[in-house]
Design a protein around this ligand. Structure first.
Ligand SMILES: [Zn+2]
Length: 388
């Protein structure tokens, strides 16, 4: 049977930035959202596939700006195939677009990683869409390395980062601005279309605010691997919570950050500046065992990932679970939780013109969620890539 050119999603409760729309309908055409309205507005539509979303939420696809791998595959393998395999898993858990994320490694390994991102973006993944790369490290503070291998941490080197930007895919860079050499990269990255995030940093409150003055407006896994908030010395965390323009990533797995600290963050930053990320690594979707994370090994025991020195490594979190945790642990509404997983991350990396919400003209990245917020269907640019 010939595929119909249009799809009408009906009978669900649509989550839009403006409101929850019970019984609304979304017309998808050419990979985009053509219009949203009442079912009756669309008439019979003989050329459209009708998708019945009765009993479901219709949500915008989630956007994960910080993720290292899944199902045994690591972004640092440096192949488009590893990225695509992980992307298929992400789509089952609601992620429709993401930034493959590197970890601190040799110049050659980061070069291979960026080459793989270029290739995966060109080919497409069959799952979540690649929007570019998040380069996390190597220009970080060894005192706040967390699970990043310290032997490759180095000050920013212009020849090296010029090569990164020549790839054309760098969208987000995590760095420690208190390292003097790293500060010159901030204006350079902004001029070349990337967003700069403070992370793995021991910056004081003053140093963080100075970096914000230079254009840093994003914080990598807030609370983790950064100087904490003391009331006479507010540290990186204090500056991130205080500076209104800073988007704050949060690993909402209740392991990396205590539920009370999760709630404090969402109250301080609001839905407009809270960015849910998974920071997931190769073990996501599998469970206990030993897994690669760049040049190192992570040990997963009782669903918690650590490197050999005992530091927490990336998580086993998925975006659908992060949304559930935010609703359960922080007293947020579903609409607020969904916004922090979709529109706010899209805005944080400047792709909200086509991503992040269900609005006419945007890409048709659509989820159906059951009443327990499990993903039952994922659509990426109008194509169904997962159905339960
Ligand atoms: Zn990470």
């Amino acid at each position: 049977m010939k595929k119909k050119p249009r799809t009408l999603i009906t009978n669900g409760t649509i989550i839009t930035p403006a409101r929850l729309w019970e019984g609304g309908a979304i017309l998808v055409e050419g990979g985009r959202i053509a219009s949203i309205g009442r079912r009756d507005d669309f008439g019979t539509l003989p050329d459209a596939e009708i998708m019945d979303a009765t009993g479901h939420w219709v949500a915008p696809g989630y956007v994960d700006v910080h993720v290292h791998g899944a199902v045994g595959r690591d972004m640092m393998e440096g192949t488009a195939e590893a990225i695509s395999t992980a992307a298929t898993f992400f789509a089952r858990h609601g992620t429709t677009a993401f930034l493959p994320t590197s970890i601190t490694d040799s110049p050659e390994a980061i070069g291979r990683f960026l080459g793989a991102v270029v290739e995966a973006q060109r080919r497409g993944t069959g799952g979540a869409q690649v929007l570019g790369a998040h380069v996390e490290g190597p220009y970080i503070n060894p005192k706040m390395s967390g699970a990043q291998p310290t032997e490759f941490i180095r000050p920013a080197d212009r020849q090296e980062y010029e090569r990164w930007f020549a790839s054309g895919v760098v969208r987000l860079i995590t760095l420690a601005p208190e390292i003097p050499e790293n500060r010159a990269l901030i204006p350079y990255a902004l001029q070349h279309g990337a967003v700069v995030s403070i992370g793995h940093s021991a910056a004081t409150y003053q140093e963080t605010m100075a970096a914000v003055g230079l254009g840093v407006n994003h914080a990598t896994h807030t609370f983790n691997a950064m100087s904490g908030l003391h009331h006479r010395d507010p540290g990186t965390v204090g500056a991130v919570l205080y500076a209104d323009k800073v988007y704050a990533e949060l690993i909402a797995d209740t392991v990396h950050v205590h539920p009370a600290a999760m709630a404090i963050l969402v109250r301080a930053k609001g839905s407009g500046r809270t960015v849910l990320v998974t920071d997931a690594m190769a073990a996501a979707g599998l469970g206990d065992g030993d897994y690669p994370l760049g040049a190192h090994v992570t040990y997963v025991r009782n669903s918690i990932a650590r490197v050999a020195n005992g530091s927490l490594a990336g998580s086993l979190l998925t975006m659908d679970q992060a949304v559930k945790n935010i609703v359960r642990e922080t007293g947020s509404t579903l609409a607020q939780a969904v916004e922090r997983a979709s529109l706010t991350p899209a805005r944080s990396i400047d792709v909200a013109d086509c991503k992040g919400s269900l609005e006419p003209g945007k890409d048709a990245d659509v989820l159906l969620l059951d009443k327990d917020l499990n993903v039952t269907l994922t659509m990426v640019r109008g194509e169904i890539v997962y159905r339960q």
